[in-house]
Design a protein around this ligand. Structure first.
Ligand SMILES: Nc1ncnc2c1ncn2[C@@H]1O[C@H](COP(=O)(O)OP(=O)(O)OP(=O)(O)O)[C@@H](O)[C@H]1O
Length: 475
């Protein structure tokens, strides 16, 4: 699935209480295309708008975003696109206290249709773990995994339902060069199988940069290059910026564009702010094998003369140049129309692969398993209840032994009721911030709805509350 965007703007509105009431334009009418079968990098200096672009194109951020978004040349239906894409955050948001195999099985329960048998789920999970080199550590708890393993596990979780489009925010951040290379090679393999893989990357080394097929470079919210990675140097030369020999082109382009408004304007104009793409040939995304078969076993090296500045307007590409669309989108109109973004929480008709009750049950089991393994949290809660019981007990000790002292009875009852209702209500509220990032990612990737999550979160705390209350009552 090719993902195209045209005249994409992202504006940040000032907070109501902010003294600086100016709007900030983070993305300034940029256009571009990420093709299937390619590993694409969104690069640029710090604060250039890489994450904002990724979030806007993926739909992870919708507020303040305007422009046209298309998939396979047709206006994008956000409901359908949501089903076909996934977003992997920079942080490795993995459920703590569970093993790699356990979280994969929960993901398989939530992401695969409920009709699928457990045996089939198990075989899918094991196959993915084997393919991603995680089978040996399948019984290791997620917090014990190495950085590279965590990143591969994050990818493995989303691979379960095999979406054709992957968006990854800085997948190599915090990884050493060798591990980063392994992760990018894995993404490249996934792209070669026909997927569209888009990731932001800050400043890759020359060897990592070569692993990408396509680069989209932004600076100060403008597109300064779009095209194949190995054509970046010729493009820069054509615009008057000669990259020294043996210099990393990725470093060079960032040096040229970092804060240099004049250079940014020249490059952005040369690439029409992303409306054109600098390529060797019409790079038609194909699986490696097919591509290599067609080119006699090796990747075809096009000679210098065939290089040309492809001035095709992305929005005007003919339908034949694009891959055949999936049946689900065939009903959409061919007319390009502005996408009306909506907040994800406002999208009413999001459908999930499983029913609300099925989601609730899978999440409830996962949370119960985590609770039972979280000994420190259990001990802390127990301590809290015992300490409160002692405090209330000492304040009211031998008060109101006489039945005439009704107010003292009332005070005691009120303090006990308040303590119980407060601890009962506050547990999910206190826990929510720690869970919210993970929940946001899983909810965005259509694992489950918010109702089932909140129900499971609240009900999974009951056994602990009851146990602690029994203990404090005894005291
Ligand atoms: N919600 C927001 N409110 C205010 N400013 C924002 C918001 N989102 C993004 N920005 C600003 O937009 C600019 C681009 O941010 P973005 O996170 O996209 O940059 P980046 O290229 O990913 O940077 P880095 O590589 O350092 O992560 C920054 O100056 C940032 O401060």
């Amino acid at each position: 699935m090719d993902v195209e965007f045209k005249d994409l703007c992202y504006t940040v509105s000032p907070r109501r209480w902010s003294r600086n009431g100016l709007q900030k334009r983070v993305l300034k009418s940029v256009s571009g295309v990420f093709k299937s079968g390619e590993l694409s990098a969104i690069m640029g200096p710090s604060g250039a708008g890489k994450s904002s672009l990724l979030n806007a194109v993926s739909g992870y951020r919708t507020l303040g975003v305007t422009g046209t978004l298309c998939t396979n040349g047709k206006p994008r239906d956000n409901h359908i696109f949501h089903k076909l894409s996934c977003y992997i955050t920079q942080e490795d948001l993995l459920q703590p206290l569970l093993t790699a195999h356990e979280i994969m099985m929960v993901a398989a329960q939530l992401k695969l249709p409920s009709q699928i048998s457990d045996a089939r789920r198990l075989s899918t999970v094991e196959e993915i773990l084997k393919n991603l080199g995680l089978f040996e550590c399948k019984n290791t708890r997620t917090e014990m995994l190495s950085g590279g393993q965590k990143k591969r596990l994050s990818i493995a979780l989303e691979l379960i339902n095999n979406p054709p489009v992957f968006f990854l925010d800085e997948p190599t951040s915090g990884l050493d060069d060798v591990t980063a290379r392994q992760v990018l090679q894995l993404l490249r393999t996934l792209a070669r199988q026909g997927r569209t893989i888009v990731c932001t990357i800050h400043q890759p080394s020359a060897s990592l940069f070569q692993l990408f097929d396509h680069a989209y470079i932004v600076s100060q919210g403008l597109c300064v290059y779009q095209g194949t990675t190995h054509e970046l140097v010729p493009f820069l030369s054509s615009a008057g910026f000669s990259c020294p020999t043996h210099y990393n082109p990725a470093d060079f382009v960032i040096e040229v564009t970092d804060g240099e408004e004049k250079n940014i304007a020249v490059l952005s104009k040369a690439i029409c702010n992303g409306k054109v793409s600098w390529t060797q040939t019409h790079l038609i995304p194909l699986k490696t094998q097919e591509y290599e078969k067609k080119n006699g076993g090796t990747t075809k090296q096009t000679d210098k003369q065939s290089l040309h500045f492809e001035t095709t307007n992305i929005a005007a590409l003919t339908a034949s140049e694009r891959k055949v669309d999936s049946s689900s989108e065939s009903s959409l109109s061919d007319v390009h129309c502005p996408v009306m973004y909506r907040r994800i929480s406002q999208v009413k008709n999001v459908s999930y692969p499983t029913s609300t009750w099925f989601q609730f049950w899978a999440l409830f089991k996962r949370m119960m398993l985590q609770t039972s393994r979280s000994r420190v949290a259990l001990q802390l809660q127990m301590f809290h209840h015992v300490a409160c019981a002692l405090m209330i007990g000492s304040v009211t000790y031998q008060n109101a032994s006489d039945g005439n002292e009704m107010f003292k009875h009332v005070k005691f009852c009120m303090s006990v009721i308040l303590f119980h209702s407060y601890t009962w209500c506050i547990a999910p509220v206190l826990l929510f911030p720690s869970e919210v990032k993970l929940m946001k990612k899983e909810h965005f990737n259509r694992w489950y709805g918010l109702n089932s999550f909140y129900m499971a979160l609240t009900l999974s705390k009951i056994p602990v509350q009851v146990r602690n209350k029994n203990a404090s009552h005894k005291i």
